[in-house]
Design a protein around this ligand. Structure first.
Ligand code: GLP
Length: 244
């Protein structure tokens, strides 16, 4: 779906999330959301905060799982995805802190495999993700599933692509300060969500959106795996869709 501008698109995505949350509330159920970081979803989170403040949207029944976190990363660091999520969403809504899950970037590497397995199990135990929102990196990554990721991959420690680290350099005051690794949900984890929305805005994303939507399905561009799903929607602004 192509919208004229990202503001309109972000409002539509937020409205879809709000409808899901309310629908679940009526049935006394939890809404289990997979959340993303980066500049792309910021407008969606801002609109959800507005809906909470101005229209009383409650997040009491919402359980969230974030896609990824840098490794190693202290949650209190300015660049952590914990800080990002708190500042953009969690500090401004009534979500229960115990319902928020973000991969832990502080764990010893020896414990990571078990931890990642548990992260996956927690999602499964709740009946899976109702909705996963995604951005896309210029390498074609979703979450931090860089080129080479397997379609059935689970939550795990990965090595970041050079381009991804270059794109993150500004946040870290230089590429040399960007962690070389991250913990990410896998392509397989993302695929299990009942609904997937990938968002992209601006001309900068147009070439990778073209590859993701129209390119050959290949691990070289992990987002092309989404072509295999029948429950994925790309929500784009006109600029990101301009090469389609
Ligand atoms: C990071 C995140 C991804 C995100 C991507 C794009 O790599 N791990 O989840 O999709 O950045 O970021 P942006 O939305 O800022 O373009």
């Amino acid at each position: 779906t192509v919208y004229p501008d990202q503001h309109t698109a972000a409002k539509k995505v937020a409205a879809r999330i709000a409808a899901l949350i309310k629908n679940k509330q009526e049935r006394n159920e939890n809404a289990v959301l997979g959340l993303a970081t980066g500049a792309t979803p910021v407008g969606v989170y801002a609109e959800l905060v507005r809906l909470h403040r101005e229209e009383g949207l409650s997040f009491q029944n919402v359980i969230t799982f974030n896609l990824d976190e840098y490794y190693p990363m202290q949650p209190t660091a300015a660049q952590s995805y914990v800080t990002f999520m708190n500042e953009n969403l969690f500090n401004h809504i009534d979500i229960k802190k115990s319902n928020v899950h973000i991969p832990d970037g502080t764990l010893d590497q020896d414990y990571l495999q078990a931890y990642c397995f548990e992260y996956e199990q927690k999602i499964n135990a709740l009946g899976g993700l109702d909705l996963q929102i995604l951005g896309i990196g210029r390498t074609g990554h979703i979450g931090f599933n860089e080129p080479g990721s397997a379609p059935n991959s689970g939550t795990r420690l990965v090595t970041l692509d050079d381009l991804t680290r270059a794109d993150a350099a500004r946040d870290f005051g230089g590429k040399e300060n960007v962690p070389t690794k991250a913990i990410t949900m896998g392509i397989g984890t993302i695929f299990k969500a009942r609904e997937i929305i990938l968002m992209a805005w601006s001309q900068k994303k147009a070439p990778i959106i073209k590859k993701a939507v129209e390119g050959e399905i290949s691990g070289d561009v992990p987002a092309t795996y989404l072509q295999l799903s029948d429950h994925v929607e790309f929500i784009l602004d006109q600029d990101a869709a301009s090469l389609l």
